[in-house]
Ligand binder design. Structure first.
Ligand SMILES: C[S@@+](CC[C@H](N)C(=O)[O-])C[C@H]1O[C@@H](n2cnc3c(N)ncnc32)[C@H](O)[C@@H]1O
Length: 191
């Protein structure tokens, strides 16, 4: 459930104006993106997205330092983020952020048994066609009607280009958010 249901057109519009909004990200988020400046635009976009549309439950594949999980979580206090990483060290990274809205799970994101439904899925683990496809297939039926999926690195190489081309749902390319590509689609369990 979103407090305000987004359409793909809304995401496209947000991607054109989010940088003109006042910068309201707390220092924690600014410090996290300062360590990886190339992620600043899409992370800020995800923060503004959460702030505006207010999804209740978000699932993320690929935790790493918790940058994107923290951007989702601090966008709106009512959002719960479940983030999965194969590297157990990532749970420690999340704990160190001290954000109670984020739950870190260790395992292969396509195999961990999670209870949905979710409103948002962010696919950001191993950027290969095979893994991204496995994760999309694993989560598809754990999503609420009207759910949104985001995908990082969709143009990083020909393998990920193939993955992006194969996403069957209505989708939009938001690659001005990241040099290696960024996209969004509807991921509706009923699709
Ligand atoms: C690009 S980073 C994630 C970045 C993170 N979303 C952020 O914004 O800080 C990719 C992560 O995916 C993890 N990963 C790789 N293969 C995975 C798999 N099969 N399942 C879950 N996580 C995986 C890696 O350990 C790495 O931490």
């Amino acid at each position: 459930m979103f407090q305000h249901q987004p359409r793909l057109q809304d995401l496209l519009e947000l991607s054109t104006y989010f940088k003109s909004l006042p910068e309201t990200r707390p220092k924690l988020l600014l410090d996290l993106v300062a360590q990886a400046p190339a992620t600043d635009d899409y992370n800020r976009f995800l923060y503004e997205f959460t702030k505006i549309f207010r999804p209740l439950r978000i699932a993320e594949t690929g935790t790493d330092r918790g940058r994107s999980a923290a951007h989702f979580a601090l966008g709106w206090a009512g959002t719960m983020v479940l983030t999965i990483d194969i590297d157990p060290a990532c749970s420690t990274n999340v704990r160190e952020l001290g954000l109670g809205q984020i739950t870190a799970v260790t395992g292969d994101a396509a195999e961990v048994d999670l209870i949905g439904p979710f409103d948002v899925l962010f696919i950001d683990s191993l950027h290969t066609q095979k893994q991204a496809r496995r994760e999309l297939d694993a989560f598809r039926y754990r999503m609420n009607p009207g759910a949104i999926a985001f995908y990082d690195d969709i143009h990083i190489d020909s393998d990920m280009e193939e993955f992006w081309k194969s996403v069957p749902e209505p989708k939009i390319d938001l690659s001005e958010l990241h040099f290696s590509g960024f996209g969004a689609s509807i991921i509706d369990g009923a699709f």
